[in-house]
Design a protein around this ligand. Structure first.
Ligand code: F3S
Length: 425
């Protein structure tokens, strides 16, 4: 890889041993990827505060400096971690102290995480604690080079915002935070950002449920390539695009998609492909039905113990919609409802009275994490229902539970009756 004088100086220790270790890691990583150079970034989203047994062990041995060196810099030397060189935010993590009594999450992890927040906060990590940093203040501009983790955030960053990031890991984001550099390959390069597959919608995609199913279809079809979607659909909003991308990144590994006339790098379908438009694969009523059935093929018992909303973390409009659907109702005695949201938006929901309505019905509005990330659900859960294609995809495998997938209304109905009565309309 060709390095600038600044990068060589960092590698050689001009800014201390931690930065040298970070630059060494980025050079090894970039060489392995075949990157020609590094690019500058001032926007890193990583997960250094997320608790784990290994992190607890490393902290016990040598404090947070050692934990960061080993896990985020691939470095076994005793180095002191300086302030982050560029703006860095914490993505989702474990559950916090305010989840006690609701979420059966280990107390030692809650304490470890509080400690981590203090350590990393002092070094300039903004503890946004959400998989949707773009909802709460981290909004990169078009063309900006970023170093983000979290597949649902990466696909939103690339596709909806037109910023540029690959799906990074804990080590590369740690090294990027200390250097302001990330290997320039993949989605950072303009030639890798054009569409590869054409999907034409013929089923009238019109709401959140539909956008999730269409995303799931697209991901299955293109795997880690780049779908371009045309046809009959109502104009999507932030929430629809968030759900579409998260689903496409779950059933496949989509990191970038285009909706001509809507997403920023596709003013036209021709521009999305940078040339001839390939023949389209049709998404019609038959495909829509097949995807719905696939997302529900983990459901057997209609007795629902647990309803989960807010994956990716809910927008304030989604929280309000859930509160409206629950207003004046009461959860079934054997069913719990958790809604996951960014903590900053939970504060807005608290002030707006939405949290009170949700809690009066017996539901909980929770922040920072989610059942898939923290591998936890209400005790005794055997069957859950969700409006998230991503959670319907992952949670049965992670927790060994059955899943139902449907609309917000069907999920709230399940929370109130304890029964799954959803269906495709
Ligand atoms: Fe976020 Fe958890 Fe879903 S981290 S995208 S709520 S799986």
């Amino acid at each position: 890889m060709i390095l600038t004088e600044e990068e060589k100086a960092m590698r050689d220790g001009a800014e201390g041993p931690a930065v040298a270790a970070a630059m060494d890691l980025l050079i090894r990583y970039g060489d392995a990827l075949g990157a020609q150079r590094l690019c500058d970034t001032r926007n890193v989203a990583g997960t250094s505060t997320q608790p784990s047994p290994l992190k607890a062990k490393l902290v016990a041995e040598g404090g947070w400096h050692k934990a960061f060196a080993v896990l985020n810099l691939d470095c076994d030397d005793p180095v002191e971690i300086p302030d982050m060189r560029v703006p860095t935010c914490q993505l989702q993590q474990g559950f916090g102290p305010d989840s006690a009594g609701v979420v059966p999450y280990p107390k030692e992890f809650v304490e470890l995480q509080s400690d981590a927040e203090a350590f990393y906060g002092r070094r300039g990590v903004n503890i946004l604690a959400t998989c949707t940093p773009y909802q709460v203040g981290n909004l990169p501009v078009r063309g900006e080079h970023c170093a983000w983790m979290e597949s649902s955030a990466v696909v939103y960053c690339n596709s909806v915002l037109g910023a540029r990031t690959n799906c990074e890991g804990g080590t590369s984001t740690g090294a990027a935070s200390l250097t302001g550099k990330i290997p320039c390959w993949g989605n950072h390069l303009a030639e890798n950002r054009f569409g590869t597959h054409h999907i034409r919608v013929e089923s009238g995609v019109r709401d959140f449920l539909d956008w999730g199913m269409l995303g799931y279809f697209a991901g299955e079809l293109v795997q880690d390539q780049r779908p371009v979607v045309t046809g009959e659909f109502t104009r999507p909003d932030l929430v629809d695009l968030k759900h579409f991308g998260a689903a496409a990144a779950s059933s496949g590994g989509v990191e970038l998609y285009h909706l001509p006339g809507i997403t920023p790098e596709a003013p036209t379908v021709e521009a999305a492909f940078d040339g001839p438009v390939p023949d389209a694969v049709v998404y019609g009523p038959r495909e829509r039905r097949a995807i719905y059935e696939k997302l529900n093929d983990q459901g057997r018992s209609t007795d629902v113990d647990f309803v989960l909303l807010g994956c990716p973390h809910a927008s304030i409009d989604q929280i309000r919609a859930a509160a409206r659907a629950l207003d004046g109702r009461r959860l079934h005695s054997g069913t719990q409802l958790w809604i996951m949201a960014p903590r900053a938006l939970k504060a807005v929901a608290d002030r707006s009275g939405y949290t009170a309505v949700i809690e009066k019905a017996g539901g909980k509005l929770l922040a920072d994490s989610c059942p898939a990330m923290s591998r936890v659900a209400p005790p005794g859960t055997k069957v859950f229902a969700t409006d998230s294609a991503k959670q319907a995809h992952y949670l049965p495998a992670i927790l060994g539970i059955e899943a139902w997938f449907g609309s917000l209304e069907d999920c709230v109905d399940a929370a109130v009756t304890g029964r799954w009565r959803g269906g495709l309309r």
